[in-house]
Design a protein around this ligand. Structure first.
Ligand code: NUP
Length: 218
């Protein structure tokens, strides 16, 4: 289900109606879709359900960057799971106890560090330790590491054989394929697709660019 093929995950940070429309059109053309607060704050768990219902081939990753105490984090991921998500994104900096609780419920991608410039201040320093602390947890299927800083993707890849999903392509400045070349399995792309004149063409162009990227040796 979470196997990389096109290597593209589309971030649907749009209204639930638009998310459903794009998901329906691109189902099967991309490996997965990601929904987060835009959809959930508009319609609650029903927004996740609506996107999950139209997907037949691609997976659905829910990105609430869960970062609460273990019990609350678990119940958030339980709701996300009931709504039809195939995997959830959980922050790594909160510690392995939180990650473990969540990963008992649903496959989890752990944020190792983030793609924005400010992540250099604090998050980058914890990146290696987060991956080391989470890598033996059953149910942790992968990590989120930034396409904007491929050296961080390489750092994570050195420590783990699990999946790496990298946001930051397009709107945040990374070029398509950079993260895959550094060892990522997926690139997460939002605005470069959702704000394109023709999202289907934009997604297809990106998958082509990613296919020609040589995956790093594992
Ligand atoms: O470090 C991260 N950076 C990031 O942009 C971790 C994330 N989960 N994301 C998400 O990826 C962000 O919330 C958004 O949904 C997507 C990137 O969107 P865009 O910059 O391609 O529009």
């Amino acid at each position: 289900m979470l196997e990389p093929d096109t290597r593209l995950i589309v971030a649907l940070d749009v209204s639930p109606d638009r998310a459903v429309e794009i998901a329906e059109t691109l189902d099967g053309y991309v490996d997965g879709f990601k929904v987060g607060y835009e959809v959930v704050l508009a319609e609650g768990a029903a927004g996740i359900e609506r996107v999950a219902e139209v997907l037949e081939e691609s997976f659905l990753l829910v990105d609430l960057k869960t970062a609460d105490i273990p019990e609350i984090s678990r119940s958030i991921v339980e709701r996300v799971s009931e709504a039809g998500a195939n995997a959830a994104i959980v922050h790594g900096f909160v510690g392995p106890d939180v990650v473990e609780e969540c990963a008992e419920v649903l496959p989890v991608f752990v944020v190792a560090t983030m793609s924005h410039p400010g992540a250099r201040e604090f998050y980058d320093r914890a990146c290696r330790d987060i991956v080391k602390a989470c890598d033996d947890i059953d149910g942790v299927v992968g990590y989120v590491a930034p396409a904007t800083r491929p050296e961080r993707v390489r750092e994570v890849r050195k420590i783990t054989d699990k999946l790496i999903a990298s946001p930051g392509v397009g709107a945040q400045g990374a070029a398509p394929g950079d993260a895959v070349r550094a060892g990522a399995d997926f690139e997460i792309v939002g605005r470069a697709i959702t704000e394109a004149h023709d999202p289907v063409e934009a997604a297809k162009d990106l998958t082509r660019a990613m296919r020609t990227s040589r995956p790093a040796e594992r």
